[in-house]
Design a protein around this ligand. Structure first.
Ligand code: F6R
Length: 235
Protein backbone atom coordinates (compact mmCIF):
# COMPACT_ATOMS: atom_id res chain seq x y z
CA UNK A 1 0.00 0.00 0.00
CA UNK A 2 1.43 3.34 -1.07
CA UNK A 3 0.31 6.31 1.00
CA UNK A 4 0.34 9.77 -0.58
CA UNK A 5 -0.48 12.72 1.66
CA UNK A 6 -1.45 16.11 0.26
CA UNK A 7 -1.81 19.54 1.81
CA UNK A 8 -5.01 20.35 -0.02
CA UNK A 9 -8.02 18.70 -1.62
CA UNK A 10 -7.00 20.33 -4.91
CA UNK A 11 -3.55 18.71 -4.90
CA UNK A 12 -5.04 15.33 -4.06
CA UNK A 13 -7.64 15.68 -6.80
CA UNK A 14 -4.99 16.56 -9.39
CA UNK A 15 -2.94 13.55 -8.35
CA UNK A 16 -5.93 11.22 -8.69
CA UNK A 17 -7.01 12.78 -11.98
CA UNK A 18 -3.46 12.45 -13.33
CA UNK A 19 -3.41 8.75 -12.42
CA UNK A 20 -6.48 8.20 -14.60
CA UNK A 21 -5.10 10.35 -17.40
CA UNK A 22 -1.81 8.42 -17.46
CA UNK A 23 -3.70 5.13 -17.33
CA UNK A 24 -5.54 6.21 -20.49
CA UNK A 25 -2.35 7.39 -22.16
CA UNK A 26 -0.68 4.03 -21.56
CA UNK A 27 -3.77 2.00 -22.43
CA UNK A 28 -6.47 3.97 -24.29
CA UNK A 29 -8.96 1.08 -24.06
CA UNK A 30 -8.63 0.80 -20.28
CA UNK A 31 -11.48 -0.39 -18.12
CA UNK A 32 -11.97 2.23 -15.42
CA UNK A 33 -13.78 1.74 -12.13
CA UNK A 34 -15.45 4.98 -11.03
CA UNK A 35 -17.00 6.32 -7.86
CA UNK A 36 -19.42 9.08 -6.92
CA UNK A 37 -19.80 11.17 -3.76
CA UNK A 38 -18.19 14.53 -3.03
CA UNK A 39 -14.58 13.30 -2.89
CA UNK A 40 -14.00 12.42 -6.60
CA UNK A 41 -15.55 15.65 -7.92
CA UNK A 42 -12.18 17.45 -7.93
CA UNK A 43 -10.49 14.59 -9.78
CA UNK A 44 -13.26 14.60 -12.39
CA UNK A 45 -12.89 18.38 -12.76
CA UNK A 46 -9.18 17.92 -13.32
CA UNK A 47 -9.82 15.22 -15.94
CA UNK A 48 -12.27 17.51 -17.74
CA UNK A 49 -9.62 20.25 -17.74
CA UNK A 50 -7.01 17.84 -19.16
CA UNK A 51 -9.52 16.74 -21.79
CA UNK A 52 -10.21 20.35 -22.79
CA UNK A 53 -6.45 20.87 -23.14
CA UNK A 54 -6.30 17.86 -25.49
CA UNK A 55 -4.26 15.80 -23.02
CA UNK A 56 -6.58 12.87 -22.46
CA UNK A 57 -8.83 10.82 -24.70
CA UNK A 58 -11.76 8.82 -23.31
CA UNK A 59 -13.10 7.53 -26.62
CA UNK A 60 -11.86 3.96 -26.25
CA UNK A 61 -12.30 3.40 -22.52
CA UNK A 62 -14.97 1.41 -20.75
CA UNK A 63 -16.24 2.43 -17.32
CA UNK A 64 -17.98 0.65 -14.47
CA UNK A 65 -19.35 2.59 -11.54
CA UNK A 66 -19.22 1.12 -8.08
CA UNK A 67 -22.79 1.58 -7.04
CA UNK A 68 -26.24 3.09 -7.44
CA UNK A 69 -29.18 3.66 -5.12
CA UNK A 70 -32.03 1.19 -5.41
CA UNK A 71 -34.66 1.82 -6.42
CA UNK A 72 -33.99 5.07 -8.24
CA UNK A 73 -34.68 6.38 -11.73
CA UNK A 74 -31.79 7.51 -13.91
CA UNK A 75 -33.32 10.97 -14.35
CA UNK A 76 -33.48 11.53 -10.58
CA UNK A 77 -30.87 14.27 -9.90
CA UNK A 78 -29.70 12.26 -6.87
CA UNK A 79 -29.01 9.12 -8.89
CA UNK A 80 -25.40 8.21 -9.45
CA UNK A 81 -26.21 7.95 -13.16
CA UNK A 82 -27.16 11.64 -13.11
CA UNK A 83 -24.07 12.50 -11.05
CA UNK A 84 -21.67 10.84 -13.50
CA UNK A 85 -23.25 12.62 -16.46
CA UNK A 86 -23.08 15.95 -14.72
CA UNK A 87 -19.50 15.69 -13.46
CA UNK A 88 -17.75 13.71 -16.18
CA UNK A 89 -19.56 11.87 -18.96
CA UNK A 90 -21.31 14.86 -20.56
CA UNK A 91 -18.03 16.83 -20.53
CA UNK A 92 -15.60 14.43 -22.19
CA UNK A 93 -15.56 12.20 -25.28
CA UNK A 94 -16.68 8.93 -23.70
CA UNK A 95 -18.52 6.45 -25.87
CA UNK A 96 -21.91 6.17 -24.16
CA UNK A 97 -22.17 2.50 -25.15
CA UNK A 98 -19.16 1.76 -22.94
CA UNK A 99 -20.47 3.30 -19.72
CA UNK A 100 -21.88 1.04 -17.02
CA UNK A 101 -23.64 1.90 -13.79
CA UNK A 102 -25.74 -0.64 -11.87
CA UNK A 103 -29.32 -0.07 -13.01
CA UNK A 104 -31.25 1.36 -10.07
CA UNK A 105 -34.56 0.60 -11.74
CA UNK A 106 -33.81 -2.97 -12.82
CA UNK A 107 -36.88 -5.08 -11.98
CA UNK A 108 -34.71 -7.99 -10.83
CA UNK A 109 -31.86 -6.68 -8.67
CA UNK A 110 -30.21 -10.05 -8.30
CA UNK A 111 -30.09 -10.65 -12.06
CA UNK A 112 -28.78 -7.10 -12.59
CA UNK A 113 -25.93 -7.70 -10.09
CA UNK A 114 -24.96 -11.05 -11.59
CA UNK A 115 -24.91 -9.59 -15.11
CA UNK A 116 -22.81 -6.64 -13.88
CA UNK A 117 -20.05 -8.87 -12.49
CA UNK A 118 -20.14 -11.03 -15.61
CA UNK A 119 -19.73 -7.99 -17.82
CA UNK A 120 -16.74 -6.70 -15.82
CA UNK A 121 -15.10 -10.11 -16.22
CA UNK A 122 -15.95 -10.24 -19.91
CA UNK A 123 -14.30 -6.85 -20.44
CA UNK A 124 -11.09 -8.24 -18.93
CA UNK A 125 -11.50 -6.74 -15.43
CA UNK A 126 -10.96 -3.23 -14.13
CA UNK A 127 -7.53 -1.70 -14.80
CA UNK A 128 -7.80 1.20 -12.36
CA UNK A 129 -10.48 1.48 -9.69
CA UNK A 130 -11.29 4.75 -7.92
CA UNK A 131 -12.76 4.53 -4.42
CA UNK A 132 -13.96 6.98 -1.81
CA UNK A 133 -14.48 5.98 1.79
CA UNK A 134 -17.32 6.49 4.26
CA UNK A 135 -16.73 7.81 7.76
CA UNK A 136 -17.54 4.29 8.93
CA UNK A 137 -14.99 2.81 6.53
CA UNK A 138 -17.46 1.73 3.85
CA UNK A 139 -16.32 1.38 0.24
CA UNK A 140 -19.01 1.42 -2.42
CA UNK A 141 -22.00 0.56 -0.24
CA UNK A 142 -20.18 -2.24 1.54
CA UNK A 143 -21.12 -1.27 5.07
CA UNK A 144 -19.47 -2.52 8.28
CA UNK A 145 -20.74 -6.04 9.03
CA UNK A 146 -19.56 -9.32 10.46
CA UNK A 147 -19.08 -10.62 6.91
CA UNK A 148 -18.81 -8.91 3.53
CA UNK A 149 -20.31 -9.94 0.18
CA UNK A 150 -17.81 -10.74 -2.56
CA UNK A 151 -19.88 -9.92 -5.64
CA UNK A 152 -22.16 -7.11 -6.77
CA UNK A 153 -25.29 -7.23 -4.62
CA UNK A 154 -28.34 -5.46 -3.28
CA UNK A 155 -27.69 -4.04 0.17
CA UNK A 156 -29.30 -1.93 2.86
CA UNK A 157 -27.80 1.43 3.86
CA UNK A 158 -26.83 1.93 7.49
CA UNK A 159 -28.33 4.78 9.50
CA UNK A 160 -24.96 6.57 9.50
CA UNK A 161 -24.70 6.42 5.70
CA UNK A 162 -28.30 7.60 5.31
CA UNK A 163 -27.48 10.51 7.63
CA UNK A 164 -24.23 11.30 5.75
CA UNK A 165 -25.96 11.20 2.35
CA UNK A 166 -28.99 13.22 3.49
CA UNK A 167 -27.01 16.40 2.58
CA UNK A 168 -27.68 15.60 -1.10
CA UNK A 169 -31.44 15.11 -0.62
CA UNK A 170 -34.25 17.36 0.68
CA UNK A 171 -34.33 15.28 3.86
CA UNK A 172 -33.01 12.02 5.31
CA UNK A 173 -36.45 10.49 4.61
CA UNK A 174 -35.80 10.88 0.88
CA UNK A 175 -32.55 8.88 0.89
CA UNK A 176 -33.23 5.45 -0.66
CA UNK A 177 -32.75 2.69 1.90
CA UNK A 178 -31.08 0.27 -0.50
CA UNK A 179 -28.35 0.27 -3.12
CA UNK A 180 -26.71 -1.99 -5.68
CA UNK A 181 -22.99 -2.13 -5.05
CA UNK A 182 -19.95 -3.94 -6.28
CA UNK A 183 -18.81 -6.29 -3.54
CA UNK A 184 -15.39 -6.28 -1.94
CA UNK A 185 -14.41 -9.27 -4.09
CA UNK A 186 -15.37 -7.39 -7.28
CA UNK A 187 -13.34 -4.40 -6.05
CA UNK A 188 -10.30 -6.48 -5.11
CA UNK A 189 -10.25 -8.00 -8.60
CA UNK A 190 -9.22 -4.60 -10.01
CA UNK A 191 -5.61 -4.58 -11.17
CA UNK A 192 -4.88 -1.24 -9.46
CA UNK A 193 -6.87 0.72 -6.90
CA UNK A 194 -6.70 4.33 -5.73
CA UNK A 195 -8.71 5.35 -2.70
CA UNK A 196 -9.24 9.10 -2.24
CA UNK A 197 -9.77 10.28 1.32
CA UNK A 198 -10.47 13.89 2.23
CA UNK A 199 -11.10 15.63 5.51
CA UNK A 200 -10.86 15.27 9.28
CA UNK A 201 -14.13 13.31 9.39
CA UNK A 202 -12.41 10.50 7.50
CA UNK A 203 -9.31 10.42 9.70
CA UNK A 204 -10.51 7.50 11.75
CA UNK A 205 -11.32 5.40 8.69
CA UNK A 206 -7.97 6.40 7.15
CA UNK A 207 -6.03 5.38 10.28
CA UNK A 208 -7.80 2.01 10.41
CA UNK A 209 -7.01 1.42 6.75
CA UNK A 210 -3.30 2.13 7.04
CA UNK A 211 -2.94 0.14 10.27
CA UNK A 212 -2.71 -2.90 8.02
CA UNK A 213 -5.26 -5.19 9.70
CA UNK A 214 -8.31 -6.51 7.90
CA UNK A 215 -11.53 -5.89 9.82
CA UNK A 216 -14.95 -6.34 8.18
CA UNK A 217 -16.28 -3.70 10.60
CA UNK A 218 -14.19 -1.19 8.64
CA UNK A 219 -14.64 -2.54 5.09
CA UNK A 220 -11.91 -0.47 3.40
CA UNK A 221 -9.34 -2.44 5.38
CA UNK A 222 -9.84 -5.32 2.89
CA UNK A 223 -7.61 -3.24 0.61
CA UNK A 224 -4.73 -4.54 2.71
CA UNK A 225 -5.24 -7.82 0.83
CA UNK A 226 -4.46 -6.14 -2.50
CA UNK A 227 -0.92 -5.68 -3.78
CA UNK A 228 -1.41 -2.48 -5.79
CA UNK A 229 -3.27 0.16 -3.80
CA UNK A 230 -2.60 3.89 -3.56
CA UNK A 231 -4.13 5.78 -0.65
CA UNK A 232 -4.44 9.49 -1.49
CA UNK A 233 -5.19 11.53 1.62
CA UNK A 234 -5.74 15.23 2.23
CA UNK A 235 -7.10 16.86 5.37
C1 F6R B 1 -19.88 6.32 -3.98
C2 F6R B 1 -19.27 5.41 -2.99
C3 F6R B 1 -19.24 5.75 -1.54
C4 F6R B 1 -18.50 7.06 -1.28
C5 F6R B 1 -18.43 7.36 0.21
C6 F6R B 1 -17.77 8.69 0.51
O1 F6R B 1 -19.81 5.75 -5.26
O2 F6R B 1 -18.83 4.40 -3.39
O3 F6R B 1 -18.61 4.71 -0.86
O4 F6R B 1 -17.20 6.97 -1.80
O5 F6R B 1 -19.72 7.35 0.76
O6 F6R B 1 -18.56 9.70 0.01
P1 F6R B 1 -18.06 11.22 0.04
O7 F6R B 1 -16.94 11.31 -0.93
O8 F6R B 1 -19.27 12.01 -0.41
O9 F6R B 1 -17.66 11.51 1.43
Amino acid sequence: MRIEKFNSYKEMSEFVGDLFASQLLLKPDSVLGLATGSTPIGAYEHLVKLYNEGKVDFSKCTTFNLDEYYPIKQDNPQSYYYFMNEHLFSKVNVNKANLHIPNGSAPDAEAECKAYDELIDKMGGIDLQLLGIGENGHIGFNEPASSLDPGTHLTGLTESTIAANARFFDSADDVPRHALTMGVGSILKAKRIVIAINGEKKLDAFNKLIEGKVDTMSPATVLNLHSNVIVAFSN
